[in-house]
Design a protein around this ligand. Structure first.
Ligand code: ADP
Length: 939
């Protein structure tokens, strides 16, 4: 019992007497009741009890606990009473839950003591219950617990957030002791973890620790202490404080900047309760500031006074002089100095290399004695000009010394004391430039050709020097002469007046956005032609991000635009037409689909879509038809579709859909492109189900007409035979009777024979008539079933016995694999059995046995099979066998009497019993007819 509630327990041995206890209970300010044992009948209750449970004493006294509180059943209360009664030990429960109104009712909680009162012999005679309701406290406690749980959750979440933010968070109490620090906070102050930090909670301890690890500097670079830190200040002043401090790590010499801010928190009495500090590492920002400051310094240094520079420059010049000499030698250019008679004074190293003689060996020699064949050349002329005081430049001239070398040459008069005393020759090797120039020329030509083909011109605009350069073709496109050159104004003048504003805006925006966006504009050539250009370009910036150059291309797209506009126009017309066609297709009641060569849907009209999506809900366009319906393979439709791709129009009448019961007439129309190739096939499927059905019905009607007339023929024959036979016997008897009066009497055996024959014929007639009657009942829906529960196996046995009375040739064996009762019309089920049994006998003249099997086919179903070894039914008649009046046509079959009603009746009866009937049969091998019925109950 103890485990009923966690706080329940039997009280320890009682020293108090029962009487004392009773008094105590009655006076106690709590609900109290006394129960007599062993039935626990109320013998007394106090007023608290009446109030607590809302039941008058008079309603309770004399009744048992169970009678009064049936709701307590299953809540352990009765068991507790039993235990106390049997053990004689008192029982106490705290916060004991009791459902007051059944399972879904409210739960109340009680503290109670159940105390046993014993007689002198120690036998328990009464139980005293002392009960307090504590529901309110329990619920309040639960709420508190829940609130605490939520609070803890919130705290945990906050803690996680704090622990992970990249900012140090510290909380101090009003004594200046650290109470909380997050991970980053501990890390910033050099602690390995928050726990480590919290080990030394006092501000003095923190100061000691920080001083040991770091040297602190304030913003202006002076050494400072933790006491100037924001937390210390807030603690002292009780106000918000901020401090920016550089922490220099003693051990490594690295430093970082901390921006800290502290906020005082006050309690409701207005006393300082906590300080919350936040520290952010702003080293990166500080570094950035530093860089900016330093670059400012450099700028200042640059603007040292010009004067200083001039002084500096003069001293520099002297040095330069010496330096120059060295440079001349080191120069990659040819340098030679000649006197007035064009004799060599000096040549530099490079020159020595080219003319393959040392300077000292050529000094004093006439230049053209060294460079043979140079007299009379442009170089010679230039030298003479220079001797006259003119500086001459010869570009890209073949060197006389080595003709494979091209040079740019300067002929500078050597002036000493205002008189020309010689000539300085400076030649720069430009062979590479010339070579690349040739290449460039070549590629330029190609480019130009390419540009011409592409109707493309290129341009380059040196913004700084306001120099616009156009490629040949650009001029060509704009109808300008390349020799006239171009500038920005000329270009703008070229632009079609209506587009000028737009173009200027575009240029401006390229400057502002530092990006050249593609655009179209028109130009108006001098001959009055309007062309459309597609402008593309790029913007080139210097290191400071200022636009210094723009370059790009202008492509003439006049024709393209025209074609495009035309295309758009014709597309619109096409679109309109398409929409019209689409509407037309969609409104068609026929199913129209178009599939491409891969047999993927290209178009599906609404009607087709609604039919197809019933079994394939996905998007159809682009799907293969066999993906949509895998059953299409090997269908006529599939074959026809493939054939239509050969270009033949196919019309296929009366095709049954493989998916639905609909019949269609399919028209396959190959769609050809302009070159006559079939690129798709359109299938128009016209639903002809209705007409097919009507046709079928007509056919059926015709068939049933034939059946009927056959039936009448047969029935009249069948009726006539017994009637004729009866008539024969009756006449025989009558004539015998008449004769009897005059001649000798008719023998009794003959009378008997005649009567037996008449009886036989009459029962044949009766059977025929009753079958006809049943048939008409079924047709008019009046075949009523008198259902009852009966034992199926017994019915089978009885029926077989009945059949055996009149059919003695065959042995009928019954195999009971399963036994059960059926709820149904016993006579009608018997009739089914008779029909099947007599058929089995009738259609197996050369065999002498029939088997009947009773089996369970699936749970709740019983099957009865009648198996014969007779003439069987050939496959082609299988589908018709259950039809009304149907009889298999054939020489053998016609010899058996019957009306073709038996199986029809059997099927109707079985189906009206929620059963089914089927058969298997092979010509000349025998047949097995099986019908199943729902089982009502087992044996
Ligand atoms: P019928 O009165 O002609 O027997 P049924 O409706 O009982 O009419 O049967 C319809 C036809 O099915 C029969 O005419 C016969 O050709 C064929 N049939 C029925 N049962 C068998 C069977 N057990 N073996 C061969 N043929 C059968």
């Amino acid at each position: 019992m103890q485990e009923l509630t966690a706080t329940s327990s039997p009280l320890k041995t009682q020293e108090i007497s029962a009487e004392e206890m009773k008094n105590f209970f009655m006076q106690a300010p709590a609900a109290m009741a006394i129960f007599s044992c062993p039935e626990f009948r109320y013998t007394s209750v106090n007023s608290f009890h009446e109030k607590l449970f809302g039941r008058k004493a008079s309603e309770l006294i004399g009744r048992t606990l169970r009678e009064v509180w049936p709701v307590l059943d299953g809540q352990s209360v009765f068991e507790i009473f039993e235990t106390v009664y049997k053990s004689g030990e008192p029982y106490r429960a705290d916060e004991f839950p009791v459902r007051t109104q059944g399972k879904s009712g409210r739960t109340s909680y009680y503290n109670f003591i159940l105390y046993p009162a014993k007689d002198e012999t120690g036998k328990v005679i009464n139980l005293m219950a002392h009960i307090y309701e504590v529901t309110a406290q329990v619920i309040a406690n639960k709420r508190i617990q829940e609130n605490n749980r939520q609070l803890n959750l919130a705290k945990e979440e906050l803690e996680i957030t704090f622990q992970n933010i990249p900012v140090g968070v510290y909380q101090f109490n009003n004594k200046g002791q650290i109470e909380y620090v997050n991970k980053k906070g501990a890390e910033l102050m050099g602690f390995s973890s928050p726990e480590e930090f919290l080990k030394a909670p006092d501000m003095a301890q923190i100061k000691e620790y920080v001083d040991k690890k770091f040297i602190l500097f304030d913003e202006s670079g002076n050494e400072t202490t933790t006491e100037k830190g924001s937390a210390f200040i807030t603690f002292k002043t009780g106000k918000r404080a901020e401090a920016l401090t550089r922490f220099l790590v003693k051990e490594t010499g690295n430093s970082f900047w901390i921006l800290s801010s502290s906020t005082p928190l006050y309690n409701e009495k207005g006393e300082l309760s906590h300080i919350l500090s936040i520290a952010t590492d702003i080293t990166r920002q500080k570094q950035a500031e530093q860089i900016i400051r330093e670059s400012g310094e450099r700028y200042k240094q640059l603007s040292v006074s010009i004067e200083d520079q001039v002084i500096q420059r003069t001293t520099d010049m002297l040095e330069i002089h010496n330096f120059l000499e060295q440079v001349i030698d080191a120069s990659d250019d040819f340098v030679a100095v000649l006197d007035k008679g064009l004799r060599v004074i000096t040549v530099n190293k490079k020159c020595e290399e080219v003319i393959k003689v040392e300077s000292r060996n050529v000094a004093g020699k006439y230049i053209f004695d060294i460079l043979h064949g140079g007299e009379g050349t442009a170089q010679h002329e230039s030298m003479l000009k220079a001797l006259e005081g003119e500086t001459v430049r010869l570009e890209k001239t073949r060197s006389i010394a080595s003709p494979e070398v091209f040079t740019d040459m300067y002929f500078i008069p050597l002036i000493l004391k205002n008189k020309v005393e010689g000539v300085i020759l400076l030649a720069k090797d430009v062979t590479d430039v010339v070579a690349t120039g040739l290449e460039l020329e070549k590629s330029n030509k190609q480019l130009n050709e390419a540009q011409q083909v592409a109707q493309l011109g290129s341009w380059e605009w040196d913004v700084v020097n306001d120099k616009l350069t156009w490629s040949q073709n650009m001029y060509h496109i704009c109808g300008l002469n390349p020799d006239d050159g171009v500038d920005y104004e000329k270009f703008i003048f070229c632009v079609h007046p209506d587009d000028r504003e737009m173009v200027e805006k575009h240029v401006l925006s390229s400057f502002e956005k530092k990006k050249f966006n593609d655009y179209y504009h028109r130009i108006l050539t001098p001959s009055g032609e309007v062309k459309t250009l597609h402008g593309r370009g790029d913007v080139i910036l210097n290191d400071e991000g200022i636009v210094i150059k723009m370059l790009g291309t202008g492509q003439e797209v006049t024709e393209e635009r025209r074609v495009r506009e035309k295309l758009i126009e014709s597309n619109e017309v096409l679109e309109e037409r398409n929409q019209f066609v689409e509407k037309l297709l969609d409104s068609s009641l026929d199913l129209i689909t178009v599939v491409d060569k891969e047999l993927r849907f290209i178009a599906v009209n609404k009607k087709a879509e609604s039919i197809i999506t019933a079994y394939y809900p996905g998007e159809l366009i682009g799907r293969k038809i066999t993906e949509v319906n895998p059953r299409l393979h090997e269908t006529q439709y599939y074959e026809d579709l493939l054939k239509a791709f050969d270009g033949t129009v196919i019309i296929r009448d009366k095709e049954k859909s493989p998916m639905t019961d609909q019949y269609y007439e399919h028209n396959y129309v190959p769609l050809q492109n302009s070159s006559g190739e079939v690129y798709a096939v359109m299938t128009i499927s016209h639903d002809i189900t209705e007409s097919v059905r009507q046709l079928e019905q007509l056919k059926k009607l015709a068939e049933s007409d034939k059946l009927k007339s056959d039936f009448i023929k047969m029935a009249s024959h069948e009726l006539k035979t017994p009637v004729t036979s009866i008539k024969g016997y009756v006449q025989l008897l009558l004539s015998a009777l008449h004769k009897n009066e005059e001649e000798k009497p008719l023998s009794p055996s003959l009378i008997k024979l005649s009567l037996v024959s008449i009886d036989k014929q009459i029962s044949r007639l009766t059977r025929l008539l009753s079958e006809l009657l049943d048939l008409s009942k079924i047709e008019t829906g009046k075949l009523e079933l008198n259902k009852e529960v009966f034992h199926l196996n017994e019915l089978v046995i009885e029926t077989v016995q009945d059949v055996l009375y009149s059919h003695t040739k065959h042995a009928i064996n019954i195999f009971h694999d399963f036994g059960c009762n059926i709820y149904g019309d016993k006579d009608r089920i018997g009739q089914v059995l008779i029909n099947l049994l007599t058929n089995a006998i009738k259609y197996s003249p050369d065999s002498d046995k029939v088997e009947v099997w009773i089996k369970q086919t699936e749970k709740g179903k019983v099957s009865i099979s009648i198996k014969d070894f007779g003439i069987g039914i050939s496959q082609k008649y299988h589908s018709k066998i259950f039809e009304r009046f149907y009889r298999v046509e054939g020489k053998t079959e016609q010899t058996f009497p019957g009306f073709g009603i038996g199986l029809f009746l059997a099927k109707e009866i079985v189906e009206q019993h929620e059963g089914s009937i089927s058969f298997t049969s092979k010509k000349n091998k025998g047949s097995e007819f099986t019908f199943t019925l729902p089982v009502a109950s087992l044996d």
